[in-house]
Design a binder for this molecule. Structure first.
Ligand code: FDA
Length: 582
């Protein structure tokens, strides 16, 4: 049987696989990406693209392409709760960084803006860039199994077009094969939770809904429709795919009964029910059934097999974390693979992938599932759960208009219940506060600073080892750059300032000794980069002459508050530890 050789075999071309291939090719690592089907995602699926992901895409050189295609942040702004799009509005929540106070937090946190980038538009950007930088992509190619030896992993794949099988022998295999991952199953990764918590239907359609939506621009319109299902309330979601003409409805079904027959007539009836106006012309373009899951892997790796994305964290779309977490997994993994493959790092560096990302995956799964439960108070505030009689439900909804103490109480309860959904629709901290603890992070003896405000809602920058490098605008001549632009690029970066010459000398020696790519950046008056606003000085938590060692993924690996006569030894020791050599 034919055997193809490569450094990394990536299974899957979704956000996790495509981002892995893109990062690997950007870093010059030979890789083959196989994907079961003959095309990329053909439906919108995941869409919320948060700031951390945009920062990753910025470093990988595709941020501008994504921004050009995405719906911009201001049009994502209101999460609407209503009885139908044409019906009564129950309330709105300023979402996705569009609350003025949260917006300031977004501006301060990152050079990148959140946006709405449907998956069928995102995947081609990632995959095209990956292929143009060297990824060998094979469509119609299904991973079947793998076996590992001391120095390689050999996968058996099937060319579904030709109907034959061949082997791909790689140094490492990345299992990014989604929520039904065969790689995870074959690798025997331990998982916690369960699949199939609830059933969901996606109905993608075209309709001009400008008159119902453009005055309250949003990505999400939640419809609480009394009597929409037999003997109960129907809660559905109308999601904007392209303003204001392409849409997707998400509608539940009972798992016991199984998904309904997804005829065009059925799909159209659900859409019209949520729109609240049967005269609106609607063209159904696709339907699909999927399940809400609550499952995460406790470990993402088995020797030479490393898994990413939905393969290792499966959860509902709430909080919009699915593809974001997948892209961020890839970014954490790719530089480690590069350094292990080129011999700069020991294989132990790859153990830190699971140590750093599995806690994030678990948090993502728990948060997304908790957000579903936190919608119940909206139903309770409207008194929709006390009866199954649709007429009574409507009376209960109408009671919020009464000029009575009960009516006032109901109005208050509803406002509070909608406001509490901020944990799903404006959770900036969940998106940005990842702080890693692993052997690829060198503790500096100070405790983690914790959080001054709610860590799920607010981002708190810090240079504590393990945290993401804080963003500050600095300048070089007339050019404005983010500190994040100075780091990244697949290499380590040492940040220092006036009086930090010893650190720069240490960096030169370490570069020589370890053969590691290590850039140096000095920020301050008269240095290559200046800090005109004083933002960097406020954020860096070290003195002018101290040092921050930033990893290729723009997380802090090591810091020292001031200049030290032992700068050389300290930096060498830190890098050796991060690279798994000591
Ligand atoms: P993803 O599932 O995207 O990709 C897996 C890849 O692996 C695919 O390319 C597939 O072809 C390939 N593959 C699988 N098995 C293979 C094999 N044996 N051999 C070779 N290739 C194989 N999220 C959200 O936030 N909002 C939403 O509305 C939705 N809606 C939604 C609908 C549907 C139908 C699905 C399937 C998923 C969603 N999601 C979603 C979830 C979201 O799409 C998901 O979180 C990300 O796509 C995860 O990216 P991954 O790359 O990990 O998996």
């Amino acid at each position: 049987m034919e055997t193809v050789e490569t450094d990394v075999l990536v299974v899957g071309s979704g956000p996790a696989g495509a981002a892995t291939a893109l990062a690997l090719s950007t870093y010059g690592v030979p890789n083959v990406m196989v994907t079961r089907y003959g095309s990329l995602a053909d439906t919108p699926r995941a869409h919320i693209t948060n700031q951390r992901t945009m920062e990753v895409l910025r470093d990988l050189g595709v941020e501008d392409q994504v921004t050009a295609l995405a719906t911009p942040q201001p049009l994502m702004g209101n999460t609407v709760f209503c009885t139908s799009l044409a019906g009564e509005e129950l309330g709105r929540l300023r979402s996705w960084g569009n609350d003025p106070l949260v917006q300031a937090g977004h501006e301060l946190a990152s050079p990148s803006r959140m946006c709405d980038m449907p998956q069928h538009l995102m995947e081609p950007v990632l995959v095209n860039a990956a292929v143009s930088r060297g990824t060998a992509l094979r469509f119609h190619t299904e991973y079947l199994s793998h076996e590992q030896s001391d120095d390689a992993v050999t996968a058996l794949v099937e060319d579904r077009l030709r109907g034959d099988t061949y082997r791909v022998r790689a140094r490492y295999l990345v299992g990014a094969d989604g929520g039904r991952s065969r790689v995870v199953e074959n690798a025997g990764l331990p998982t916690v939770g369960r699949m199939g918590v609830a059933g969901s239907l996606n109905i993608v359609f075209e309709a001009d809904l400008t008159h119902l939506t453009a005055h309250r621009p949003s990505t999400l319109y939640w419809v609480l429709a009394p009597g929409a299902t037999v003997g109960g309330i129907g809660a559905g979601l109308v999601r904007c795919v392209r303003p204001w003409t392409e849409w997707m409805v998400v509608w539940g079904y009972g798992l016991d009964a199984g998904p309904p027959d997804l005829t065009e007539e059925f799909a159209r009836s659900v859409v019209h029910r949520l729109l609240g106006d049967e005269t609106i012309p609607v063209r159904i373009t696709s339907t699909s059934a999927w399940t809400v899951n609550h499952l995460y892997a406790e470990s993402y790796a088995d020797r030479r097999v490393l898994c990413a994305g939905d393969a290792v964290h499966r959860h509902p779309p709430s909080n919009g974390l699915g593809s974001n977490t997948s892209v961020q997994d890839a970014y954490n993994l790719a530089w480690k693979l590069k350094l292990v493959l080129d011999g700069t790092a020991a294989p132990a560096l790859l153990d830190t992938y699971s140590a750093e990302r599995a806690p994030v995956g678990r948090q993502t799964v728990e948060r997304a599932n908790r957000s579903i439960g936190e919608t119940a108070p909206v139903f309770e505030a409207l008194d929709l759960l006390s009866t199954s009689d649709p007429e009574q439900m409507w009376r209960n909804v109408d009671a919020r208009k009464d000029a009575t103490p009960e009516g006032a109480k109901q109005r208050q309860r509803l406002r509070e219940a909608i406001a509490a959904k901020v944990y799903e629709f404006n959770a900036h901290g969940v998106e940005m506060n990842q702080r890693y603890v692993s052997d690829a992070v060198v503790p500096d003896g100070t405790p983690d600073p914790g959080f001054d405000r709610d860590p799920e809602l607010h981002h708190q920058p810090t240079t504590h080892p393990g945290a993401k490098l804080p963003h500050a605008w600095v300048v070089r001549g007339r050019e404005r750059l983010s500190t994040l632009d100075l780091g990244g690029h697949g290499r380590f970066t040492l940040f220092t300032g006036i009086g930090g010459g010893r650190w720069e000398e240490a960096a030169a020696a370490v570069r020589q000794e370890l053969g590691v790519e290590l850039a140096t950046v000095s920020i301050g008056p008269g240095q290559e980069y200046e800090d005109p606003y004083g933002d960097w000085a406020r954020l860096r938590e070290i003195g002018d002459c101290g040092a921050l060692l930033v990893r290729p993924d723009n997380h802090i690996g090591f810091r020292h508050p001031e200049v030290s006569p032992q700068a050389g030894e300290l930096l060498l020791g830190a890098l050796r530890k991060i690279l798994g050599h000591g």
